[in-house]
Design a protein around this ligand. Structure first.
Ligand SMILES: C[S@@+](CC[C@H](N)C(=O)[O-])C[C@H]1O[C@@H](n2cnc3c(N)ncnc32)[C@H](O)[C@@H]1O
Length: 246
């Protein structure tokens, strides 16, 4: 029997915090490095880039301007979908686990969404993330992932700890209180959960979904303040990967 893993939903306030374009320039630069030439060589009219968890459509809009590709956004948040349509980006509401394929997709993007696919525990979280990717495993279809890369002094420790705290109501309440005094510990996902991973952990998860990472652009090192170092976080980046079917 197939187990149905259920995502812990983000609240309207948490979603509203994502209505910005702060990370789009880096995502576009990474995308151009990894896909620019391939898409330019393909018939651009035929190339459709589907942005899953594409939010209010800044990435899709900019990609269309830069590369001339067709774009479509899917997001679970109805307000994001409306905002996409207001800026002339085709969009529809669907859950990442159930996005229907129209058969015209050339590249599927997952920009900073996988770490939000959080279930009741580690196992169901992993299953949600694997399932969202695995449904797009087919010849000729490529995946672009932009994700937070958290590396710890003890491999895997920080991502697991952050998940444990942010997904527990009780621990999140305590952490929220502490974060008033130590702003570096602030998190938008207290009580809902977030699952960051190290680069090798993400690559292992991609493999589980049936993909190999055939391209990689490492993002810039972000500042890791002392309180975060005390959580054994060594480095934080936003990096990108290209995935091809294994
Ligand atoms: C951190 S925001 C990233 C937005 C944009 N992709 C970016 O990089 O700035 C995460 C996005 O994922 C969407 N999301 C979360 N869970 C989802 C799901 N199960 N299916 C589709 N979209 C989801 C949220 O609504 C939000 O727009």
């Amino acid at each position: 029997m197939m187990v149905k893993h259920v995502q812990r939903p983000l609240s309207p306030n948490q979603l509203e915090a994502f209505y910005h374009s702060d990370f789009v320039s880096d995502q576009i630069a990474h995308f151009q490095v990894l896909f620019g030439t391939t898409l330019a060589e393909a018939s651009v009219d035929a190339a459709l880039v589907l942005d899953i968890g594409g939010g209010v459509g800044f990435f899709a809009e900019r990609l269309r301007q830069r590369l001339g590709v067709r774009v479509r956004v899917v997001d679970v948040d109805p307000i994001s979908v409306t905002k996409c349509m207001e800026r002339g980006v085709e969009a529809s509401q669907a859950d990442a686990a159930e996005v229907p394929s129209r058969g015209d997709e050339a590249v599927i993007c997952f920009n900073l969404i996988l770490h939000h696919l959080v279930g009741m525990d580690s196992e169901s979280t992993r299953a949600l993330q694997v399932r969202a990717l695995a449904r797009w495993r087919r010849a000729g279809l490529r995946i672009f992932v932009n994700e937070y890369i958290y590396e710890s002094y003890i491999p895997g420790f920080a991502g697991a700890l952050i998940f444990y705290v942010t997904s527990s109501r009780l621990l999140s309440a305590a952490a929220k209180f502490v974060s008033r005094l130590v702003p570096a510990l602030r998190a938008n996902t207290f009580g809902t959960g977030v699952r960051f991973r190290g680069a090798n952990e993400w690559i292992a998860l991609f493999r589980e979904a049936g993909f190999v990472a055939t391209g990689h652009v490492a993002g810039r090192e972000e500042r890791v303040d002392l309180p975060l170092r005390l959580l054994l976080i060594r480095s934080i980046k936003r990096s990108s990967f290209v995935l091809d079917p294994a």
